[in-house]
Design a protein around this ligand. Structure first.
Ligand code: GLC
Length: 444
């Protein structure tokens, strides 16, 4: 398929999922607005309809809480999906917005990246207007991330739910969840082996096979964590108290580091200062990330906030400091080697969400082995900024090949490139448009 046809088909996907001011990830299973989905979607939209891309971001910002948090979901009108307004009850928090119903957690902070991609398509005066419009929201969000979530005041943000990573069932979090977050009633279900009956009631399994999704037991635990943090009215101080399930996540913090750099660039362009307290946390962040490096295994691992013990489960998060852009050239070179090593991330259709050497690796199961377009896009961007243009081009070509072969699926089997999960999926389409519209070159 030629690139124009591929782009045209991608635009059709985005049109089909367009709900006016924002875009759902896909019909049926994902009827709401998600934080990082909307950012990736805006990056694609910016390539051909910058006004619509701006709308996507503005409608995401309407969900911002008065304490600065930007929630990972804003609920649409369609009901019946279990991650709904009724589950979250955001009104329990005094900070939640009155007119919008949202979740009570955040998601990887991709907003500054989307804002800059839109800015790049605007003339200087329009760009400055755009930046000035979103600046207060961005500033409050970054301030919240550090005031509320930098629990050791070290420039490292902690997460309270695996959904905040965007990689729902990623092995390090699953391992931590099994150790610290398994309620008795779930242990009983496990012991009685009745989870297979519950499988049949799951809505996502009606649209795709259960072995491509998160296991039922893990899904039940994820919901029990929501109920626990809801009981604490989404108040971080209360949630952190007596909980071991709080993690300094390498994936999220890498994305935040990049967002910090972009925030500073935006501020400089429109002559706005970042308040000193936020700026000082931002400046500690790159050193804090290096503390997650494990010399023996030559990779980055997330760690528990309380004990500071590393969670030694490899995943795609290991590669994400490439996107952060703050790690040394020497460490970046090691990550590039891991990326291309067939025993780790160098599968026929890279880059898998966990390396093939992992005990969790399954080329079809959600965030435990398939390849996702958004993480490939982040790696391609990071590789280009470190000057690894040939590697970035190779990953881009493989990604496009996979899409051409299988279509705009949610994720892909990392061995044979076949589409898995839901379709047609918005960020796969949007990021393909962006990849096809840009030339890989060494960036700054
Ligand atoms: C799943 C993904 C998450 C995404 C959401 C909507 O929960 O794990 O990253 O934002 O679906 O597409």
């Amino acid at each position: 398929m030629n690139s124009d046809l591929l782009k045209q088909k991608a635009q059709e996907v985005l049109k089909q999922n367009d709900l006016g001011n924002w875009t759902r990830p896909t019909a049926g299973h994902y009827p709401h607005q998600w934080l990082w989905d909307s950012c990736f979607i805006a990056i694609g939209l910016a390539q051909y309809d910058v006004k619509r891309a701006q709308k996507e971001i503005i409608s995401l910002l309407r969900g911002q809480w008065s304490n600065g948090m930007i929630p990972h979901m804003i609920f649409g009108d369609e009901t019946g999906y279990n991650t709904s307004a009724e589950l979250w009850r955001s009104h329990l928090s005094p900070y939640s917005p009155h007119k919008v119903s949202t979740s009570g957690i955040t998601q990887p902070p991709m907003i500054a990246e989307a804002v800059v991609h839109i800015g790049a398509k605007l003339k200087k005066t329009e760009r400055h207007e755009w930046y000035k419009k979103v600046w207060p929201y961005l500033l409050d969000y970054h301030a919240w991330l550090y005031n509320d979530r930098d629990l050791h005041s070290e420039g490292m943000v902690s997460l309270i739910h695996p959904w905040e990573t965007g990689l729902d069932n990623t092995p390090p979090w699953i391992e931590a969840m099994h150790q610290h977050q398994k309620p008795l009633w779930i242990k009983i279900i496990e012991w009685l082996h009745i989870d297979h009956f519950i499988d049949q009631l799951r809505r996502d399994s009606r649209q795709s096979s259960p072995n491509e999704r998160i296991s039922t037991l893990d899904t039940l635990i994820l919901y029990s964590v929501v109920k626990r943090i809801r009981r604490k009215q989404y108040d971080t101080q209360k949630i952190v108290l007596r909980s071991h399930f709080i993690i300094e996540d390498v994936f999220f913090n890498s994305i935040l580091l990049r967002a910090n750099t972009l925030l500073e660039q935006i501020g400089k362009e429109i002559n706005k200062d970042i308040p000193a307290t936020t700026l000082s946390s931002m400046h500690k962040a790159s050193k804090a990330l290096e503390e997650l490096w494990n010399e023996e295994s030559q990779q980055y691992f997330s760690r528990y906030f309380i004990t500071r013990k590393s969670i030694m489960q490899p995943s795609i998060a290991t590669l994400m400091p490439l996107y952060a852009g703050t790690v040394s050239k020497k460490r970046a070179a090691i990550l590039v080697k891991h990326l291309e090593d067939p025993a780790l991330f160098g599968t026929p259709y890279p880059a898998p969400s966990v390396p093939v050497s992992s005990e969790y690796y399954d080329p079809k199961r959600y965030w435990q082995g398939p390849t996702w377009i958004n993480t490939n896009w982040l790696i391609i961007d990071g590789l280009s900024r470190y000057g690894y243009t040939a590697e970035a081009q190779r990953l881009k070509d493989r990604t496009i090949e996979m899409i051409t072969k299988s279509g705009y699926f949610e994720y892909f089997n990392s061995q044979n490139g076949l589409g898995e999960g839901m379709a047609p999926f918005s960020w796969s389409a949007a990021l393909t448009i962006d990849l096809l519209s840009t030339t890989i070159k060494a960036k700054k």
